[in-house]
Each structure stands twice: as structure tokens, then as C-alpha cells.
Design a protein around this ligand. Structure first.
Ligand SMILES: [Zn+2]
Length: 120
């Protein structure tokens, strides 16, 4: 914003103009640094997947953590295995050992109980 007195550009949270010293009207608890980050909440933890695993659930766990499609993660992993001459497999095993398995109550897969039906 700009000073109403002298027209000099001032920061939104400045209480006074640095040029002429006129009060900007910014005051109170709103003045000062404002947090614009993501809303507070429990941070997402990287976990192995219980519900969507091919081997150890590492790819599905990463996909869930990153919000990516698990197929993309698996394809990237397979490309990594090819290009790293198997080193990615070692990384997979380490990740499988290191990344915790979620407890059974963690984000349970909701099963509707309605059997899947094929359209006629
Ligand atoms: Zn001013």
C-alpha cells in the first residue's frame, strides 16, 4: 500500500510511513507477521500402505503421502530400478524396513458392503 500523506510505498503491516511518519492505521493484534501456511493440523506421516500393496506397500505409502497416483509412483520406481542398476531395489528394502506400518485403526479402508455390480 501507499502512504496517504506522501505517496511513498509502504509495507502492508507497517504502522507508520518511513518517509513522513504518518500513522497507517495498522495496529492491534493483526499487525505483525502473518502466517499464510497450510492450516494447522496433524502433519501427514509417511507410512506403508496396508490396503494397496504389491510387495511392501512402499510405493503406495509414498503415493498416499505425496498425493500422487500409485501407478505413477510404481512406474517411476521401476524406471529408477532400471537406471540405478538395482540400487533402487536396495532403497526399496531400506524404506520397507524404516517406514512404519500404520496401526490397524489408521485410516481404515471403508468397505461399503455393497457388492460390485456390472452394468447390464
Ligand atoms: Zn508518508
Amino acid at each position: 500500500m501507499y502512504c496517504t500523506q506522501c505517496g511513498k510505498e509502504i509495507r502492508d503491516l507497517d504502522r507508520f510511513c518511513g518517509q513522513c511518519g504518518v500513522a497507517t492505521g495498522v495496529d492491534g493484534p493483526g499487525a505483525g507477521p502473518t502466517y499464510y501456511g497450510p492450516p494447522a493440523g496433524p502433519p501427514k506421516k509417511l507410512m506403508l500402505s496396508r490396503t494397496d500393496r504389491k510387495v511392501g506397500g512402499v510405493c503406495a505409502g509414498f503415493a498416499d503421502y505425496l498425493g500422487w497416483d500409485v501407478t505413477i509412483v510404481r512406474l517411476l520406481f521401476l524406471c529408477g530400478v532400471v537406471y540405478s542398476v538395482g540400487l533402487a531395489l536396495v532403497a526399496y528394502l531400506i524404506a520397507w524396513i524404516v517406514i512404519p506400518v500404520p496401526p490397524l485403526t489408521y485410516a481404515p479402508q471403508v468397505v461399503s458392503g455393497v457388492p460390485a455390480t456390472r452394468p447390464a
